[in-house]
Structures are given as structure tokens and as C-alpha cells.
Design a protein around this ligand. Structure first.
Ligand code: CP3
Length: 344
């Protein structure tokens, strides 16, 4: 498969192997950057920044200006979806996101997609603005949280360890859980399509908690929703690459790739690279998977570990990335060392 694009990131997603792998980092616009902290302080709350197209676009471009990454990911969050469905959402300094949990039929039936696109219009505007300002070799990525991961936040009301309430509903009241998941499949598909309308050139579906489900549940609540969302996006935009990131999926990565048929798959840092090169990369481009904690060490260690990732994935199409989001305590010089090791 060939693409007309000159953007290395899009070339690789189309299955081409390029000499220097394109690179971007999950959470690349964030607190490890002083210029981000400055704009964040000016914006006020985190959500104020997400819904301010001008400032959201500005922070989206910060890591591009500083490091010259091959892709920009629009600055937003996976929880704007529950917010757009009418849930209360706050980000607390220490706890992270907090929502009023939906655990009853009444609460789930009160969610409404009526104002969904109006609510998310600032994200679309931020995409348009960013697209008009991007360097010409840089691609723009849109994203959404996958239904399972977003449902855990909606039902638990926060980041969870055991997912008790979510799994209780999933195992105990399948009809109700299905209703919520169906709603999420519908709005997530529409949201990704609207992001492409606004200028996104690739989309990534983040299933951050995919790794906590047993076999049948993984099939039903990670694979099936991703497959349906991909199908709906591809129906409208067959040429736009769809990246799946079922974090922690372990053994099930293979099933995910086979059944969802994404254009590329994001690998978390626990995925054994030689296994992935053999079993996954021979079928599709892979993206990943440096452990973000390596970026907390020193330049020499970073260079050494970066080369290992490059070497393990050198036989096929590879987008260099971290195996999860960059941490706020990361020294900038270590990000520079990583890029230097990739680009030489
Ligand atoms: O990658 C990027 O640069 C784009 C922006 C982006 C953010 N969140 C910004 C953000 C993306 C792609 C996300 C995805 C996201 N958000 C995920 C999936 C990826 C993953 O990390 O597994 C999840 C699970 C969330 C939910 C979320 N958002 C949590 C748990 C938290 C609190 C923890 C934390 O890092 O603070 C957030 C807040 C958040 N989202 C921040 C940023 C930059 C920090 C907020 C701040 O500036 O204070």
C-alpha cells in the first residue's frame, strides 16, 4: 500500500518502511514542558485549556516547535466524551479526574448526546487552527478514549484500581452495561469522524485499561467496540489511518489486530518486542514502545534503550513512541537524547 503523502508518519501508517522512523510521544503536550505550564496557568483549569481552541492549539504545537516531532496530537482528554454527554467533570491536582458516577439505569438513561457536537466544537476548532499552522511534514492526530476505558471513569467516577463497580455492572447487568457501551460506540465513532472533518489525518483509540479484562470480556468490550468504531470511521474515511492502542492487552494483542484490523497498533512497554516484531509487525505497522520511566534516567541510558527499540523493530514499519504517556518529571534533555538516537 502506498500513500501520496510526503509525511513520514502517514507513510509508515500506510505500510511503508522509511529509513528514519517517525516519532511522537503520548502526552507530548504536558507538564514536563515549562511552556505548557505557563499556558496552563494562564488558561485556569485543565478543562478551560481543553475548550479554548487558541490555547489548545498553542500547546498542541509546543512539542512540535521544540522537538520537531513527526506528528502532533490534538490537545484534549478522553473524558471530554462523558462531559459532552452531560456528566459533571473536574480535575483535581492530586486525584486526577473526578466525575459523578453513573451506576443506575436512571443515571445512564439521563445521559444525552443532544449537545454532543456543540459541546465539542472547540476541539474541532482547535484541530482546524492547528492544521493551518503545522509544518508541512508533520501530521495531525485526532483521538478518543475507547468505550471500555471511558466507561470505567463514568462508572467508578475516578481512576480505579479494581474496577469493582464497572465489572459488577458488566458481569451482573449486561443489558444496562450494553446500553452504556452502545451509546459510547455511537458517540465515539461520530466524534472521530468529526475530528477528521476538522483536519485530523489519523485517529488513535486509547483503551488504557484494556489489560484488566478476562478473555470473553476482552472480546466483547474491547475488540467488538473497536471493530465497530473502526468500521464506521472507515465507511466515511477509508483512507484515514486508524490506530488501536489496547494497553496491557498482552496475549490478546494478536486477536485485537486480527479482528479489529487497525492500520497500526500501539504497543505498551510490557509487550515483548521480538514477539511483536514477528507476530504483529509482519502484518501491520507498530507504534511504541519505550518505557516512559527510561526518560527519567540519563542521556546515556536513554540513547541505549532507544537504540534497542529501533533495532528490534528495524525489519518493518515502525512509528517510534513511548509505551505510555510521558511523565511530568521527565527532563527535557532526555527527550532530546531520545530524538538524537532516532535521527542520528
Ligand atoms: O498526548 C497528548 O499530548 C494529547 C493530550 C492527552 C491528554 N490526555 C492530556 C492530559 C491525551 C491523548 C490524553 C489521553 C488520556 N487521558 C488517557 C489515555 C492515555 C493514557 O494515559 O492511558 C487517559 C486514561 C486520560 C484520563 C486522564 N486525564 C487522567 C487519568 C488524568 C490525570 C492524570 C494526569 O496525568 O494528570 C488526566 C489529565 C490530563 N490529560 C493532563 C493532560 C496534559 C494533565 C492535566 C494538567 O495539565 O494538569
Amino acid at each position: 500500500m502506498k500513500t501520496a503523502s510526503n509525511k513520514p508518519f502517514l507513510k509508515v501508517l500506510a505500510g511503508e518502511k522509511v529509513k528514519t522512523p517517525p516519532v511522537w510521544m503520548m502526552r507530548q503536550a504536558g507538564r514536563y514542558l515549562p511552556e505548557y505550564r505557563k499556558v496552563r496557568a494562564k488558561a485556569g483549569e485543565f478543562l478551560d485549556l481543553c475548550y479554548n481552541p487558541k490555547l489548545a492549539s498553542e500547546v498542541t504545537l509546543q512539542p512540535i516547535d521544540r522537538f520537531g516531532f513527526d506528528a502532533a496530537i490534538i490537545f484534549s482528554d478522553i473524558l471530554v466524551i462523558p462531559h459532552a454527554l452531560g456528566m459533571k467533570l473536574e480535575y483535581l491536582e492530586k486525584t486526577g479526574p473526578v466525575l459523578d458516577p453513573v451506576r443506575t439505569r436512571k443515571a445512564i438513561e439521563s445521559l444525552s448526546a443532544k449537545r454532543f457536537h456543540a459541546h465539542l466544537n472547540p476541539v474541532y476548532e482547535a484541530l482546524e487552527l492547528t492544521k493551518s499552522r503545522l509544518p508541512k511534514h508533520t501530521a495531525l492526530i485526532g483521538f478518543a478514549g475507547a468505550p471500555w476505558t471511558v466507561a470505567t471513569y463514568m462508572i467508578e467516577g475516578k481512576t480505579s484500581k479494581q474496577y469493582e463497580h464497572t465489572k459488577q455492572m458488566m458481569f451482573g447487568d449486561k443489558a444496562l452495561f450494553s446500553k452504556l457501551m452502545q451509546l459510547l460506540v455511537d458517540v465515539t465513532s461520530d466524534y472521530l469522524i468529526a475530528q477528521i472533518d476538522a483536519g485530523a489525518e489519523a485517529v488513535q483509540l486509547f483503551d488504557s485499561w484494556a489489560g484488566v479484562l478476562p478473555e470473553e470480556s476482552f472480546e466483547e468490550w474491547v475488540i467488538k467496540p473497536a471493530k465497530e468504531i473502526r468500521k464506521r470511521v472507515k465507511k466515511i474515511y477509508p483512507q484515514v489511518p486508524f490506530i488501536g492502542f489496547p494497553r496491557g492487552a498482552g496475549l490478546y494483542y494478536k486477536d485485537f489486530v486480527k479482528e479489529v484490523a487497525p492500520d497500526a497498533v500501539g504497543l505498551d512497554y510490557t509487550v515483548p518486542r521480538q514477539w511483536a516484531a514477528e507476530k504483529l509487525q509482519t502484518r501491520l505497522p507498530v507504534q511504541g514502545n519505550l518505557d516512559p520511566c527510561i526518560l527519567l534516567t540519563d542521556k546515556k541510558t536513554v540513547a541505549k534503550e532507544t537504540v534497542k527499540v529501533l533495532t528490534d523493530f528495524k525489519k518493518g514499519p515502525h512509528v517510534f513512541n513511548l509505551g505510555h504517556g510521558i511523565l511530568p518529571a521527565t527532563p527535557i534533555e532526555n527527550v532530546e537524547a531520545m530524538i538524537k538516537a532516532i535521527r542520528g
